[in-house]
Ligand binder design. Structure first.
Ligand SMILES: [Cu+2]
Length: 501
């Protein structure tokens, strides 16, 4: 008996000892992760490379008067990190794609060729167009095949973009390098011409993406990266020759939220958002962009100075743990602006830029809500994306009010295809002034409820759906997406075509 008890005691001591080691080990890993999670490159970036400027895509006008672009998705290699080659994907090149540009009223035709060895799509983010032309997950293009969507540009001047949208693989395809800008002009709108508008001189595309690399320079396709590239350039600088500089900033990252500002905290003017120019310039020191969102800012530059576009810690509205691991403690130096000794004068900013969205009259907190969308656990209204299921049916030319609720403990955003919407309220309050223009993507911190007004005009089609989804790409890939069809009065939903074709 005594021997049995002492053996038992030895075993208990062993177990306690091993348990203590495990606890200490786990605590060490947690502490290490906790302290190494935040990324901070402020003051650490050398800015040795000139900012790459995506070329303007060449186009022709065909016999029907359509503006025709050629776009090929292809694999290549790019020197994303200095001195190392990475395997990349790009449109018409090794990484990213050319800037497409068209005018309101034009009919465009894009001859897309998939030169990759897997199927993909090209989605025109922010564009008002028929669902069959939208490049969503139903418009899959097999390797070696072509797809030629055509539509009429019928919306205000804006900074849109294009990227793949294959269901379940969007993050992978975008992170490998498939993304580009699509700038719309409106020759009848004087305001956008009054802003700096010389492409590559005082009107600069700024495609911001975070990436991570393995030791041999290979591109990882994860959620958050510790390196920020602008237009694919690592450590970029821009030579500035004008007194005012317009930056068309696009957050083309998979999951990261940026909180942009200048390194000396100077004020700048926010002049545009997702769907075009704001009603009037908004003076700000910070601009938050979640994945997929765009912001156009005008920065005043002084001769001979150097100032850095930076991303400060974004307020994600999440708990301390998520804040550390979702990038809420991260800071980045993004782009260095180097002013010439003599700067060309720029026109004064107009006081009025564009008509304010006016879909809803009366107090926006008292409007009737037509649909509610709850964002929780990679699902919308408790459901995962099903390619064969139409989730919502909207009657054409009806103004709707949507209430979007993030009941999750992490941040999401909501992107709606085909339309630009008006943000009526965020948690019952009017939105901040930089959300006062047309939007196609809205950021939702945990516990946030936003009300949006939307109007789907044109392009009824009971079979081909538009998507609405979270633009954190892993969430989207995991099914945080729903399908909506726009129908004529009295029409019912049809059924989406068989997967991918
Ligand atoms: Cu999400």
């Amino acid at each position: 008996m005594a021997r049995g008890r002492s053996r038992l005691r030895r075993w208990v001591l062993w177990l306690v000892g091993i348990g203590a080691l495990v606890v200490v080990g786990v605590a060490g890993v947690v502490a290490y992760s906790w302290y190494t999670a935040p990324v901070d490159t402020v003051g650490m970036v050398a800015f040795k490379q000139p900012l790459a400027l995506p070329p303007l895509a060449t186009s022709t006008v065909d016999a029907d008067g359509r503006r025709v672009f050629d776009l090929t998705a292809q694999a290549g290699t790019g020197e994303l990190l200095p001195g190392t080659e990475s395997e990349t994907w790009g449109f018409n090149g090794a990484f990213l794609g050319p800037t497409l540009r068209a005018e309101r009223g034009e009919v465009v035709l894009v001859n897309f060729h998939n030169g990759l060895d897997e199927a993909t799509t090209v989605h025109w983010h922010g564009m008002h167009l028929p669902a069959r032309m939208d490049g969503g997950p139903h418009q899959m293009v097999d390797p070696g095949r072509d797809w030629s969507p055509t539509w009429k540009i019928d919306q205000p001047a804006a900074t849109l973009w294009y990227h793949p949208h294959p269901h379940g693989a969007t993050r992978d395809h975008v992170n490998r390098g498939l993304a580009g800008m699509f700038i719309l002009d409106d020759p009848t709108d004087p305001a956008s011409r009054a802003l700096p508008h010389a492409y590559g001189v005082d009107d600069i595309p700024v495609i911001v993406q975070d990436r991570s690399f393995d030791d041999s320079g290979g591109l990882n396709v994860g959620n958050l990266g510790d390196v920020v590239l602008v237009n694919g350039t690592y450590g970029p600088f821009l030579d500035v020759t004008t007194k005012a500089l317009r930056l068309r900033v696009l957050n083309a990252s998979a999951a990261r939220v940026y909180n942009f500002g200048l390194s000396d905290d100077r004020e700048f003017s926010v002049v545009g958002s997702d769907g075009g120019l704001l009603p009037e310039p908004v003076t700000a020191r910070r601009l938050v962009l979640s994945p997929g969102e765009r912001g156009e800012i005008v920065v005043r530059i002084r001769p001979s100075e150097t100032v850095v576009l930076r991303s400060y810690e974004p307020d994600l509205g999440v708990n301390a743990f998520a804040r550390r691991f979702d990038g809420g403690k991260d800071r980045f130096d993004v782009l260095e602006l180097r002013a010439a000794d003599n700067l060309t004068p720029s026109a004064t900013l107009p006081n009025v830029l564009a008509p304010a969205p006016d879909l809803v009259d009366g107090p926006p907190d008292e409007v009737k809500v037509d649909r509610t969308f709850t964002l929780q656990g990679n699902k919308i209204n408790g459901r995962s994306m099903d390619m064969a299921r139409i989730d919502e049916v909207v009657e054409v030319n009806t103004t709707e009010v949507w209430q979007v609720e993030n009941t999750d403990d992490t941040y999401h955003n909501l992107h709606v295809h085909d339309v630009q919407f008006q943000v009526l309220t965020i948690n019952g309050d009017p939105p901040p002034a930089e959300y006062g223009g047309w939007k196609d993507t809205v950021f939702l911190a945990p516990g946030t409820t936003a009300r949006l007004a939307l109007r789907f005009s044109d392009y009824t089609d009971p079979d081909h759906p538009y998507m609405l989804h979270c633009h954190r790409l892993r969430h989207e890939d995991r099914g945080m997406m729903a399908q909506i069809v726009v129908v004529k009065p009295g029409q019912t939903a049809g059924s989406p075509p068989a997967h991918g074709h």
